[in-house]
Design a protein around this ligand. Structure first.
Ligand SMILES: Cc1cc2nc3c(=O)[nH]c(=O)nc-3n(C[C@H](O)[C@H](O)[C@H](O)COP(=O)(O)O)c2cc1C
Length: 205
């Protein structure tokens, strides 16, 4: 599918066709694409918990303020962020040339050590980029999606048995839309959000 079509077709779906399943092979293809996403220093903070069992989705719906799409979707993908991902720098750069390894491994350790705010920001940034790749990759394969933050993070973390250093970033529900989406919601004009050269500058014509 053309990228412009993928962007145009992606909508936040809140009602999915019941009984649709998403198999392991499709998940494998999707996540092979998702892990090509960029991340700071290539640290790859993302972690994904994919829930497909009906009873577990029903339970997660309760922890998501009753939002029906969590139960109706084919897969509820909890995109998470690993606050300690930087600790693997040596492994990530193991195959890099010596100069690069010698430069980046200490740099990464220095940048993140004892920096809990930065660790969290980076985990959220990387997770958010991965979530976007997931939604576009899904659309490309004919799957609809919906990003969500409307869930109780503490209760969901406990339910999914997330370790303390792994935080939920976003839930992405995947499935087949039960009906075509309505018109897209209002978008701020480019003149309001794009600034050439400095804030307040003109926007591209
Ligand atoms: C971080 C984030 C959290 C969201 N949380 C929810 C949610 O909990 N429930 C929901 O129905 N939609 C949620 N949305 C979807 C937005 O409402 C939707 O993206 C927005 O209205 C634009 O519509 P579109 O995605 O169809 O273009 C969320 C979107 C984002 C990016």
């Amino acid at each position: 599918m053309e990228f412009a079509d993928i962007v145009a077709r992606r909508r936040s779906v809140r009602q999915f066709e019941p009984g649709v399943t998403l198999d392991d092979a499709t998940l494998h293809t999707l996540f092979e694409r998702v892990v090509q996403s960029p991340s700071s220093f290539n640290v790859q903070h993302w972690q994904f918990v994919v829930v497909r069992e009906a009873a577990r989705k029903a339970e997660l719906r309760k922890l998501s303020y009753g939002q029906a799409q969590v139960e109706q979707c084919a897969a509820a993908v909890f995109v998470c962020g690993n606050l300690d991902a930087h600790a693997d720098a040596a492994r990530i750069y193991a195959d890099a040339d010596e100069e690069m390894r010698g430069k980046y491994v200490p740099m990464i350790e220095g940048v993140y050590r004892d920096q809990p705010v930065l660790q969290r920001e980076e985990a959220i940034r990387s997770g958010a980029l991965a979530a976007m790749t997931l939604m576009y990759a899904a659309q490309d394969l004919g799957w609809d999606s919906g990003p969500m933050i409307g869930f109780d993070a503490a209760k969901v973390s406990a339910y999914l048995a997330l370790p303390v250093h792994v935080v939920p970033v976003m839930l992405v529900v995947l499935g087949r839309a039960a009906a075509p989406s309505g018109p897209r919601g209002y978008r701020r004009p480019l003149s309001e959000v794009v600034h050439l050269e400095s804030f307040g500058g003109a926007s591209p014509a």
